[in-house]
Design a protein around this ligand. Structure first.
Ligand code: CA
Length: 620
């Protein structure tokens, strides 16, 4: 019964989609990229034409347009596809390129648009250690437009009673909370993938994309996304797009009617990735393990993409360039970075960074080991000579170290020593300051839970995150002391209270938050607003001292400024003699405590509260 009704829904969807798609021109169901630009760094563009019924590969393409030539037409085993490569000369002007497909007496005409590049203020800025990134799961933050909760012809509507269903959050909701985010002090947003996920279930998280050129209409579509980015840029907030190269959703049209069988990795029976990223750097690796890691499917509903197919590789690289140019995004967070073919990923990153030198990309490298993590950062001196061209990495080793440091018994290599030891491995990274550092995210248990719901330790973690090297990333709801266990994902993807009309509590406002939540919020807000203008934290050097008695002291410094950070990991008040830090403190006697604004007249001896962070601007 269930199967029958699902089949019916599927047929209905196909019938509903075809007349709409036909309006795109000449009856093609897909023409991708849907348009391109003049004056791009790369002079060629490969255009995919997909027809729902005609064997378009039997047609020969021709075009006449000043400055543009047809370099190549490639056909593949599925005759409803053809691929054209166009050369776009420096003299080509924006306009419509008339393309004529001819087969005997039959002709199909298509006008392909070349646009002028946009050069708006604040577009494509990149992101760096001067930023604080705030990660939002768009379905779970705020529902600004209930009218898009369910879209006719799309599989999933809204059911807020289920953790794994859609809840209706959208881009309009985020736009409505930009004042809140500016007030908190974040400088960049990373949204979990916003592209269409027209999947039958679990489509809310965004990682099973079914259209690589379309923002999900339940989030507001492309128009809402462009609107969000413009509004963010006008208030000095950057936008980072979450992308996925490893897999697509099983309802993607490229899966339902693939150009070639080898666009998706196929196995005689369902084969899952082993998720063991370390095999890729392991000198003793078994080939079978590497194959499974790279080509096994991430999940049953997420077919694994073959980036070794040259047509698909070009398709994917162009898709990224299209989004940067079209939306003016500032950076990319690339999902599951080690899972796709690594030579393809290097080529992808090289071409993106060459086209947009100010851009930045952070790759998700989920490994608790600095050596195997550092391998993936551009400039790493790898024995196999692999060069990734990837500027930034997720710093999982530091993520694992922080809660351990704040909850373990102090020992030779435990307690706050963990932070010191983890950072001591930075010699492995070509650019440790480029690492993305975080306490939690959409896949991980909430930090407040990890430190035993102890507000003092929570604050220490935040103070450390905002003052050590790297690009800090927060996760929505951290400021509300959300405490979900990541063992079940929906637990850490709860709706932001107040994001939905009729919510009993509105935590976007001071009045809606508890006393403890306001304490956490205010602490973070103070740190972020201070950090925004603290150049020494963005680009200053780091020097730290071996922790003694579970007190960890480090400095961020440049020619103008020195910031001293003291973490006390003891249940008791501690009196700290600062003479051991003379090489950094030099002749400074006074300091300003940036967290409470108080002045300290004498820093020779400091009284530290139990489980506390002290952040001082030294005065020389
Ligand atoms: Ca909505």
């Amino acid at each position: 019964m269930k199967t029958l009704s699902m089949r019916f829904a599927f047929l209905f969807c196909i019938i509903a989609v075809i007349p709409l798609a036909a309006q795109k021109g000449a009856g093609f169901s897909h023409v991708e990229p849907p348009f391109w630009w003049t004056g791009m760094k790369e002079k060629q563009v490969q255009i995919l034409f997909h027809h729902p019924s005609i064997e378009i590969s039997q047609y020969k393409a021709q075009l006449q347009y000043p400055g543009v030539t047809l370099e190549d037409q490639k056909n593949v085993e599925n005759k409803r596809y053809t691929f054209l490569t166009l050369n776009i000369g420096a003299d080509a002007k924006p306009g419509l390129i008339p393309i004529v497909f001819t087969s005997g007496k039959k002709q199909i005409k298509y006008s392909y648009e070349l646009k002028a590049r946009e050069s708006g203020e604040g577009r494509i800025q990149g992101f760096d250690p001067s930023d604080v990134i705030y990660l939002i799961m768009p379905d779970r933050f705020a529902n600004g437009d209930p009218s898009n909760d369910s879209i006719p012809g799309m599989y999933e509507g809204v059911n807020r009673s289920k953790g794994g269903a859609r809840h209706g959050g959208d881009i309009a909701g985020i736009i409505g909370k930009l004042d809140y985010l500016s007030d908190l002090g974040v400088t960049a947003l990373w949204l979990n993938p916003v592209l269409e996920n027209n999947q039958r279930s679990a489509s809310y998280h965004g990682y099973a994309i079914t259209d690589l050129y379309q923002v999900d209409r339940r989030f507001g579509g492309n128009a809402a996304y462009l609107d969000l980015i413009r509004r963010c840029h006008s208030r000095g907030i950057k936008v980072i797009q979450d992308m996925v190269m490893n897999h697509i959703g099983n309802e993607h049209w490229l899966v339902l009617d693939p150009p070639e069988k080898d666009w998706i990795h196929q196995f005689p029976e369902f084969t899952r990735s082993n998720y063991r990223s370390t095999v890729l750097t392991d000198p003793y690796k078994a080939e079978g393990d590497v194959q499974k890691m790279n080509n096994g499917w991430f999940d049953t509903t997420m077919p694994d993409v073959n980036q070794k197919n040259p047509l698909f590789a070009q398709y994917l690289i162009q898709n990224t360039i299209w989004w940067i140019e079209y939306a003016g995004i500032d950076g990319i967070r690339m999902d599951t970075y080690p899972y796709p073919d690594k030579d393809f990923m290097a080529e992808w990153a090289r071409r993106v960074m060459e086209a947009y030198p100010k851009f930045n990309i952070v790759g998700e490298v989920w490994i608790n080991n600095a050596g195997a993590t550092a391998y993936w950062q551009d400039g790493s001196l790898n024995q196999d000579k692999y060069r990734s061209y990837l500027p930034s990495l997720t710093d999982f080793p530091l993520f694992f170290a922080v809660p351990a440091a704040l909850t373990e018994q102090e020992g030779w290599d435990t307690g706050l020593m963990r932070l010191h030891e983890t950072l001591a491995n930075d010699f492995l990274y070509p650019n440790p300051g480029g690492n993305l550092i975080f306490l939690d995210n959409h896949d991980l248990s909430r930090f407040f839970l990890l430190v035993g719901r102890d507000l003092r330790k929570f604050k220490m973690g935040l103070a450390f995150l905002m003052t050590t090297r790297g690009i800090p990333q927060l996760y929505y709801g951290t400021e509300l002391l959300m405490d979900g266990d990541g063992g079940y994902h929906p637990n850490v993807r709860l709706d932001f209270p107040g994001g939905w009309q009729g919510d009993p509590v509105n935590a976007f406002s001071r009045e809606g938050r508890t006393v403890e939540q306001n304490e956490a919020f205010d602490y973070l807000r103070t740190l972020l607003h201070w950090r925004k203008t603290a150049g020494v934290i963005h680009s200053g050097k780091l020097k730290h001292f071996i922790p003694e008695n579970n007190v960890y002291v480090y400095f961020r410094y440049n020619d103008e400024k020195t910031v001293m950070v003291v973490l006390n990991g003891n249940d008791e008040e501690v009196t700290l003699e600062t003479s051991r830090f003379r090489e950094m403190i030099k002749n400074a006697r006074k300091a300003k405590d940036v967290l409470n604004g108080k002045r300290i007249e004498e820093i020779e001896k400091m009284i530290l509260d139990p489980w506390s962070a002290t952040v001082l601007e030294l005065e020389f």
